[in-house]
Design a protein around this ligand. Structure first.
Ligand SMILES: Cc1cn([C@H]2C[C@H](O)[C@@H](COP(=O)(O)OP(=O)(O)O[C@H]3O[C@@H](C)C(=O)[C@@H](O)[C@H]3O)O2)c(=O)[nH]c1=O
Length: 183
C-alpha cells in the first residue's frame, strides 16, 4: 500500500499496490502492521455501506463528539465521489480547514480520516456505493454535523443538476455557530 499524507495532519490517501495477472488483480487494502508504521489504526469495529442511486447526492458533514470521535476509512466500491473532510481538532494548526479529493471504484483509493474531523461526500455518478470502516461504534447521542456549504469552509463541491440532501443535513449549523473558535 502507498500512503500519501494530505495537508491535514493524520489524514492519508491510501493506494493499493496491485499484483496483476491474467485473472485480474490482488491487493491488500488494510494491514494493521503497515498502518501502524504510518501511525494509523488498522483495526475497525464497524463497517457500513451507503448506496446513492443518483449523482449529486450529498451526505455530510458529519462527526461524533469525543469520547465517541471516530477514525474512518472510506472507499468507493461502485461509481465515484467527491469526498471532503474538515479539521475540527482543538489546537490543530489546520483547524477549520478542509481537504477534498475524488475517490472511485476504478482507482480503489481510500481516505483515512483521523478522529476529530467532519466528513461528507457527493456522488459523482449514479449508482455509487461507498464503504466505511469506523474505529468507534455509531453513537446517535454524540452525532453532530456542519453545513456542507458553510462559506467559512469554502469546499468546492462539484456543480450538479439536482443535489439531493437529507432534511437533517440541510438544517445543520455553520461551524461558527456550533463549535468554539480554536483555542
Ligand atoms: C451513520 C449511521 C447511521 N445509522 C442510522 C441512523 C439513521 O436511521 C440511518 C441513516 O443515517 P444518516 O442519515 O446519518 O446517514 P448518512 O447521512 O449517510 O451518514 C453518514 O454520512 C457520511 C458522510 C459519514 O461520514 C458517515 O459516518 C455517516 O455519518 O442509519 C446507523 O444505524 N449507524 C450508523 O453508523
Amino acid at each position: 500500500m502507498r500512503f500519501t499524507p494530505t495537508p491535514l495532519a493524520g489524514a492519508f490517501l491510501i493506494d493499493i499496490d496491485p499484483v496483476q495477472d491474467e485473472r485480474g488483480l490482488f491487493a491488500r487494502t488494510v494491514c494493521e502492521e503497515q498502518f501502524a508504521r504510518h501511525g494509523l489504526l488498522g483495526r475497525f469495529v464497524q463497517q457500513s455501506v451507503s448506496w446513492n442511486p443518483h449523482a449529486g447526492t450529498l451526505r455530510g458533514l458529519h462527526f461524533q463528539l469525543a469520547p465517541d470521535a471516530e477514525i474512518k476509512l472510506v472507499r468507493v466500491t461502485r461509481g465515484a465521489i467527491f469526498d471532503a473532510i474538515v479539521d475540527l481538532r482543538p489546537g490543530s494548526a489546520t483547524y477549520g480547514k478542509a481537504f477534498h479529493t475524488e475517490l472511485s471504484a476504478a482507482d480503489r483509493r481510500q481516505l483515512y480520516i483521523p478522529a476529530g474531523m467532519a466528513h461528507g461526500f457527493q456522488s459523482l455518478q449514479a449508482d455509487t456505493e461507498v464503504l466505511y470502516q469506523m474505529s468507534t461504534p455509531f453513537e446517535p447521542a454524540s452525532a453532530r454535523g456542519l453545513r456542507w456549504d458553510d462559506p467559512a469552509l469554502a469546499i468546492p463541491w462539484p456543480g450538479c443538476a439536482h443535489r439531493i440532501l437529507s432534511e437533517r443535513d440541510r438544517a445543520l449549523p455553520l461551524l461558527h455557530d456550533c463549535l468554539p473558535p480554536n483555542p
